[in-house]
Design a protein around this ligand. Structure first.
Ligand code: AMP
Length: 193
């Protein structure tokens, strides 16, 4: 199974992505984790990325595509993927679709974890500062939400137009969200997986 997860900061994307990957025997690929690993390694790419991450801005499309592409192809060959935080712009989605079509690894479904923006910020603020992330302070959290609404939310229509979108209420209790996603994905699951 090959799935893309879309959701604002605080929507529970990471938690749900891990659970779905377990459920489908797929690989959880988190763009943010990979970018943070580059920053932590202190290499030249990491130094270029650090400022974007700490400001809560998106890193340039070509860099994130470059970083994610090989793992996506590898995961597709071994049980599929659950993409957490990629694509995050229309340009990324279009590039992934074009490359994915050629390689036969396009997603079967996109899940939108829907939640009220104010409630999501509240949820983020309650846990702010506990995970050691440089982007986990109130002003950056608010900016990340704006970036989501401006640049990432348009992906919802993109995937709806491709007939592969499911919407799930992200504000429900965590197990209920997982169950709702799995139920909604069942009709989109490929016969061979
Ligand atoms: P996340 O862990 O998904 O919240 O991502 C943390 C940060 O990594 C984001 O605020 C961006 O700075 C960067 N990032 C993650 N995924 C992407 C992406 N697909 N495109 C550009 N920047 C990204």
């Amino acid at each position: 199974m090959r799935v893309v997860l879309i959701g604002a900061p605080g929507s529970g994307k990471g938690t749900q992505a891990l659970r779905l990957a377990g459920h489908y025997g797929a690989t959880h690929l988190a763009a943010g984790d990979r970018l943070r690993a580059e920053v932590a390694s202190g290499n030249e790419l990491g130094r270029r990325l650090a400022g974007y991450l700490s400001r809560g801005d998106l890193v340039p499309d070509d860099l994130v595509i470059e970083l994610m592409w090989r793992p996506i192809v590898e995961a597709a060959a071994t049980g599929g993927y659950v993409l957490d935080g990629f694509p995050r712009t229309l340009a990324q989605a279009e590039a992934a679709y074009a490359m994915g079509t050629q390689a036969g690894v396009t997603a079967h479904a996109a899940v939108y974890l829907e939640g009220d923006a104010q409630a999501l910020v509240g949820r983020m603020l309650r846990r702010a500062g506990t995970g050691g992330r440089t982007d986990d302070v109130e002003s950056v959290i608010r900016h990340r939400l704006e970036v989501f609404e401006l640049l990432t939310a348009p992906l919802v229509e993109h995937y709806a137009g491709r007939g592969m979108l499911v919407r799930v209420d992200a504000m429900a209790e965590v197990d209920a969200v997982t169950a709702a996603i799995e139920a909604a994905l069942e009709p989109l699951r490929p016969a061979a997986d």
